[in-house]
Design a protein around this ligand. Sequence first.
Ligand code: ADP
Ligand code: ZN
Length: 740
Amino acid sequence: MTVVETAEQVFRADEVVAVLLPLPLVGAYDYRVPEGEQVVAGDVVRVPLGKRQENGVVWGPGRGDVAAGRIKALLGRIAGAPRLPEVSRRLVDWVASYTLSAPGAVLRMVIPVAEALEAPALAHGWLPAMGLEEAAGLLRLTPARQRVLEVTSAGVPLSTADLAQAAGVGSSVIKGLAEAGVLQSVSLAARDDERQADGDHPGPQLSDLQQDAARVLVESLGAGFSTTLLQGVTGSGKTEVYFEAIAAALRQGLQVVVLVPEITLTTQWLHRFAGRFGAPPSQWHSELTPARRRRTWRAVAEGRAKVVVGARSALFLPYANLGLIIVDEEHEGAFKQEEGVIYHARDMAVVRGQLGGIPTILASATPSLETVLNVEAGRYRKVDLPSRHGGAVLPEMSILDLRKTPPEAGDWGPGWLAPGLVQAIRDTLAAGQQAMLFLNRRGYAPLTLCRACGHRLQCPNCTAWLVEHRAQGRLVCHHCGHQAPSPRACPSCGEEGQLAACGPGVERVAEEARARFPEARVALVASDTLGGPAAVAELLRQVTAHEIDLLIGTQVLAKGLHFPLLTLVGVVDADLGLSGGDLRAAERTFQLLSQVAGRAGRGEQPGRVLLQSYQPDHPVLQAMISSDAALFLQTEAEARRQLGMPPFGRMVAVVVSGPEPAAVESVANRLAATAPRASGVEIWGPAAAPLAVLRGRHRWRLLLKAPRTVKVQTLMRQWLSQQQCPSSVRIQVDVDPYSF
Ligand code: ADP
Ligand code: ZN
């Protein structure tokens, strides 16, 4: 299904074209090409929409569902807007059809910054036009003005928006300085952030095995569509190997996109990249300033941005000349987008590769079952890196059976660290090495209950307990963000001093660790304590410089970090995540634990991993200590095959939600009553969704399960088209739900 750019289809005056708007509307609208204009598919045009005007993309010939006399004329092409490539348009149609989303909502992922379409004003930035003294003679140097002059004195021209942000002032301050002649405007044509990676920098000398792997990837460039799994234990050099493929793509003048699960955690990766390629990649994520997003979008669309790294949405940018797609940590659940257009970025990356006729590389130490089965079926290729680079050995794993040796209480209250783990930490610190404690739970305690009346503190908007964050003195709902100061009295019975924290979060483990190891320098790391990129960079520096002895944190610590002195990893609750009956619970826990374990012993000293558990015989824990991922996956696959569960069967989740429980329930019941009857198709539910109330909305869920041969989208379209529901009720469809 590779898209070959077809000869442009030209639409002349008076012809009718379909224009798709980047808005969550049902479909494209017909417009007439006005006198004296002509357009081709992919052109960005301005169109009237009701009383407004919008920018949209010419999608193809008109659909003719509006009487000719009533068709409005489009207003004209947007001068200087890049034309949307055919492959981008096909991707929009494909994703919309697969995920049952409005095409316009998908288009909005391709064009997320409407302003980027307008021709950019010639970019310019500011530099000082005179020294401070001279400036002081012209106007009063308020602190705000001084800050601006301080920032510009570094000699790097910054745009108004960037300068305002850097100096913490409004743009009027900059305007004032410019009008007084204190600042001068310079062209930003050759700016720092436009310096691009090039493929001519030499990389490290690869080992023979790494070279073999790199060769397969490099040879796939320019050879049409392919998907290759790059599998290798943590520390085996997967990143170095796919860097070789990036270098080769750059030498061929191709663009590359690298999808990563969490862009804020890529500080170390970005440094490595810049070191390897002489310039940082372009980044794409939600925290870029609007000006930056606009520039990056244009640079991608015009082919100037050579390598883009980003979270899911980077996949949808309108690359002018994309030649390689890389999905790092392809097994990560974070690639599943759960709101708006619901899609899995890894799966859509393969689709994009296929549409564009280009190679896709999926990298992981613990690939998803889906990917492993695709390799077995011969749909994907696989290259292996079986050992750690440079003789580093994999850490030694063992289980601490908490039933036999439970943690002991102390001055700090109940304990969470078993004697074996405490001893191991002590030994590690005494040897001048670093240790890490992992617990995938933010906050101090996951549950607060009243000892007097048994009341549990619950979120007012969700079916969820409030989590105590003691450092901030607050109770927080991890689902909707609801926050309240921790009360002293029980809100139910009014007794004071009876509220008790139940169970551990990372803050509580840190409290115990600080009490047990008072000399150790402890850092607590969780997504809510992490701070911005600068704080992350500082933390990484401190750990690398051995200014930290003991790292305690959630899964943000599990991902990709490389600390040579870290030799001990303690998993405080290896059972967490195994309960709950979710389809992927075992797989996900295995992947997460493997990843955490992979932080240990990456340098010269060997590492070890201690897993605290109440169920040491669980297959996931047994797989961890035998390090036999293949066997674990086989068992897991067999279980799912027998039940016809994904990836052997197909699932679609339908969640009905709304503020009125009765209205939601009746829509859910009606859905069930009209459910499609086809051979092999089962409907489960309706039942209360796992979070029965979320952000004040009541939620019911139905699951459709079907054999792989059934085209579920067709069934779903028919089914949904029969539904009528009150405007307060929403029906959300999730094809291939990630967790259920
Ligand atoms: P992975 O992505 O598989 O976890 P990395 O590519 O991060 O592995 O490699 C682990 C560490 O080993 C990194 O610090 C990397 O720079 C180093 N490394 C890997 N291969 C080589 C090589 N051929 N030469 C020098 N250093 C290497
Ligand atoms: Zn809540």
